[in-house]
Design a protein around this ligand. Structure first.
Ligand code: NAD
Length: 339
């Protein structure tokens, strides 16, 4: 935990696991009601990053940063640079990028104080906005689920209900619209809703979204939205979206499975952003390589669906096993003494 009263910064960096490489995860800025709430979020999100990078085959561990504050009113250059100094104290054990409430522009200020930043604008030698590739990966994940549920991965004519219409949802929607998918979305931010309307998306109220009769429910705002209260209301065949930690508890993943709703594990299908950012490490950024690697999410999602069927376990559990088996195997190998 770090605070800098001068700039008003109060933030947390959580490092969950560095078995596979330096921990990596975005910086979230959110007006948490309490420090405890922020800490819980940082810990849960850093764990999700460990699983995400492990399942995606990346050489990165799991970490996450959170800044307690309202991104619309509390963000200043001094606060962001103070954050950069905090990141720098960890000497590269934590690499940061954008998340909810932070943008590529913000990273430019953070970069003034630390080199441990990924996802800077392409014009600055970075890999650019992570949400572009995240959107592509989610779309790929949705198609793999569609193939499993309806026997073909064509989404034409389907209806997708999107909760949150921020960066990730917008980039996912671009692919869906190209395939003539009908989108119904909600958000709590008027600017996001205007963007949705301009793209021809139908807009509903924040609470109405759970009750929409749709093919795919796509959580693209914050976590914990699949829970004992909301599962009963879902009227979809697939849950597939970009938000991290969509399941309030592991039991909620089991409940979706029991009800025959196919759940695309969030960390598996929203890995496009970290895949893209990781392409900056140790080599010049190549967008084609990132795109190919992100498109592989289709095969990874299909493999998880196959395991889920064969072993009669939920997709959430199947994806956990995929990540944990890689982590365990590398952890065991690391016991070898190199002298
Ligand atoms: P963003 O801030 O651009 O968008 C989030 C949107 O959700 C905002 O428009 C916000 O107003 C809206 N929102 C918040 N609470 C809401 C509510 N209760 N109901 C409806 N809308 C609500 O952030 P983003 O980058 O699009 O990220 C969205 C989610 O995807 C987050 O959970 C994030 O952790 C996850 N994610 C993002 C990336 C990435 O590359 N940006 C990668 C992986 C996962």
């Amino acid at each position: 935990m770090y605070s800098d009263p001068e700039s008003g910064l109060k933030g947390i960096i959580a490092i969950h696991d560095t078995t596979l490489g330096p921990s990596c995860g975005g910086t979230r800025m959110w007006p948490y009601a309490t420090e405890q709430e922020a800490l819980t979020d940082a810990l849960n999100l850093s764990r999700a990053m460990t699983y995400k990078s492990a399942a995606a085959g990346l050489h990165l561990g799991g970490g996450k940063g959170v800044i307690i504050g309202d991104p619309r009113t509390d963000k200043t250059e001094a606060l962001l640079r103070a954050w950069g100094r905090f990141v720098d104290t960890l000497g590269g054990r934590y690499l940061t990028t954008t998340d909810v409430g932070t943008t590529g522009r913000d990273l430019e200020a953070v970069r003034q104080e630390t080199q441990h930043v990924l996802g800077l604008d392409v014009t600055l030698g970075g890999s650019g906005d992570t949400s572009v590739m995240t959107g592509l990966g989610i779309y790929m994940g949705m198609k793999a689920c569609a193939s499993d549920v309806w026997g073909a991965d064509d989404l034409r004519g389907r209806t997708v209900a999107m909760q949150g219409f921020g960066k990730v949802a917008t980039h996912t929607a671009e692919h869906l619209i190209e395939e003539d998918v009908r989108i119904i979305a909600t958000d709590i931010n008027e600017m996001a809703l205007d963007r949705a309307r301009q793209m021809g998306v139908k807009v509903v109220g924040p609470d109405e979204i759970y009750d929409i009769d749709c093919d795919i429910f796509a959580p693209c705002a914050l976590g914990g939205v699949i829970n004992t209260q909301t599962i009963d209301r879902l009227r979809c065949s697939i849950v597939a979206g970009g938000a991290n930690n969509q399941l309030a508890t592991a039991e909620d993943g089991e409940e979706l499975h029991r009800r025959g709703i196919v759940y695309a594990p969030d960390f598996l299908i929203n890995a496009g952003g970290v895949i893209n950012a990781s392409a900056e490490i140790g080599q010049p950024y190549n967008p084609d390589r990132s795109r190919q690697q992100t498109e592989r999410i289709y095969e990874q999602m299909s493999a998880v669906l196959t395991t889920s069927r064969k072993q009669e376990i939920s997709t959430a559990r199947a994806a956990d096993i995929l990540a944990e088996s890689r982590l365990d195997s590398v952890r065991r190998m690391r016991r070898i003494w190199r002298g």
